[in-house]
Design a protein around this ligand. Structure first.
Ligand code: ZN
Ligand code: ZN
Length: 287
C-alpha cells in the first residue's frame, strides 16, 4: 500500500513485496538469484494499488474441512496458491500470493482471523507482511510471521512480527513447521496432523514439487531454471520427514495434490530421481 514512506513495491515476476520506498528497488533480490530469472524485457514493478486497478480478484475454495485455497485471478508472479489452515486459535496462512484485497481479508476475518503466517521458502512469500499487519495481535505487532533462521538473509520485509524458528516448530496444535532444506536452506513443509481424515497431510510449496498426474513428486535446486538438487540435499530432505505421519500432499499450485499414499509416492519418486541423478538408471536405446 502507498504510505508517506512510499510504495511497498511488488516484483511482477515473483510476486514478492518489498518494504515501502519512494522509488522501486534497483533489482529484485529473489529474481537475480540463479534459482529465478529476470524477464527478457527487464525488471518490472507493481503495487497492490496498481494490481487492484487491473481488476484482479481473489478466490477461495475449501479443499477439505478446515483447509482453504486462495488464488488470484488473473495470477500474479509465480501464480501459486495460498493455503489457510483453520485452528481453534485462528488461521495459519501458508505461502500467501502477491496480492490481497478487502474480500480476501474479510474471508479470513469471518473465519477467526489469523494466528500466524508461514511460508515454504523465499519465492512464495508474496504479500506476507501485508497480511501480518492487517491482523495485529494483542501487543499491536502484526500476526506472527514464522520464518526459519536459516533463510534470514532472504527476508525482504522483516519487523516485530517475525518469529524465528530452527528445525521444527509447532505453530498451532497439530500444525508443525518442518525444515527440509534443499531448494533453499530454510525450505519447509507444514505438517497438519489432523488433515486427510486424521491420516495427516503436508503443505509443501515447492520443497518438493507435486507433478502433473498427482502420483509423483520431484526435487530441484531451481524449477524455472531446471537445476537439479544434489543427492546430499535430497538425503537431508528425506531424513527431515522420517517418522512424520502423512498420507496426503498439497502442492504449491491449484490442482496439485497427492490425495493418498503420499509417503509411498515420495519414497518411489525419490528413488527414481536418485537413479537418474547418479546415472544408476540407464536408457537401453543409448547404452
Ligand atoms: Zn522478483
Ligand atoms: Zn521456489
Amino acid at each position: 500500500m502507498g504510505t508517506a514512506a512510499g510504495t511497498a513495491w511488488i516484483c511482477r515476476t515473483c510476486g514478492n513485496q518489498y518494504p515501502p520506498t519512494p522509488t522501486p528497488p534497483k533489482e529484485c533480490r529473489i529474481c537475480v538469484d540463479d534459482r529465478q530469472y529476470v524477464p527478457a524485457g527487464g525488471q518490472e514493478w507493481t503495487s497492490l494499488q496498481q494490481l487492484a486497478g487491473e481488476r484482479r480478484r481473489t478466490e477461495w475454495a475449501e479443499l477439505e474441512p478446515g483447509l482453504f485455497q486462495l488464488t488470484i485471478h488473473p495470477s500474479i508472479g509465480i501464480g501459486h496458491r495460498g493455503l489457510l489452515v483453520r485452528t481453534p486459535g485462528g488461521g495459519i496462512l501458508w505461502d500467501p500470493p502477491g496480492y490481497l484485497d478487502a474480500s480476501a481479508e474479510a474471508f479470513v476475518r469471518e473465519r477467526g482471523g489469523l494466528a500466524g503466517l508461514a511460508r515454504s521458502h523465499p519465492h512464495l512469500c508474496g504479500v506476507l507482511a501485508e497480511w501480518s499487519a492487517r491482523f495485529p495481535d494483542a501487543d499491536g505487532a502484526g500476526a506472527p510471521m514464522w520464518l526459519p533462521r536459516r533463510d534470514a538473509a532472504w527476508v525482504l520485509r522483516p519487523g516485530d512480527a517475525v518469529r524465528w524458528w530452527d528445525d521444527r516448530q509447532e505453530v498451532a496444535p497439530g500444525v508443525t513447521l518442518i525444515r527440509c532444506g534443499g531448494h533453499f536452506a530454510g525450505s519447509a513443509v507444514l505438517h497438519l496432523a489432523d488433515a486427510a481424515d486424521g491420516r495427516g497431510a503436508l503443505l509443501v510449496g515447492d520443497t518438493m514439487m507435486v507433478l502433473a498426474g498427482n502420483r509423483r513428486v520431484s526435487f530441484m535446486r531451481s524449477y524455472p531454471m531446471l537445476l537439479p538438487l544434489p543427492e546430499r540435499y535430497l538425503d537431508a530432505l528425506l531424513a527431515a520427514l522420517e517418522g512424520v505421519r502423512y498420507d496426503r500432499i498439497y502442492g504449491a499450485w491449484a490442482g496439485l495434490v497427492v490425495p493418498e499414499g503420499a509417503r509411498e509416492v515420495v519414497a518411489r519418486s525419490a528413488q527414481l530421481y536418485r537413479s537418474w541423478l547418479t546415472g544408476a538408471a540407464r536408457d537401453p536405446d543409448q547404452d
